[in-house]
Design a protein around this ligand. Sequence first.
Ligand SMILES: [Zn+2]
Length: 110
Amino acid sequence: MRIDIDEPMAAELFWEGMREVAAGAARHQDDDLYRAIVKIGRDALAQGSELVPQCGLFLQCPVCEAVAGQRCINVPGNPLSDDVLHPERVELAEMALRGDAPLPPPLRDE
Ligand SMILES: [Zn+2]
């Protein structure tokens, strides 16, 4: 898969599409589809695509436990303010997609 990284909104559009697929995977509880998404995400990164904060939507939030594809919710001690996602979730997604952290369930490579 090739991504035109010169298109100004390319990264946003790409991850937006990925987010929609992730939401579908969550709805159908399709672990294989999740794994495919992560693989595509890693390929995109390897080709120079940029991560955007929305890529945090791929994974379950470690703070509020919002599932993949769903926005974070306010929890005591971790208000969201204007953010759609908890920063911890964005950080986890970046590290997991870069391979610097293990993927959380249900994606964990056994
Ligand atoms: Zn959250």
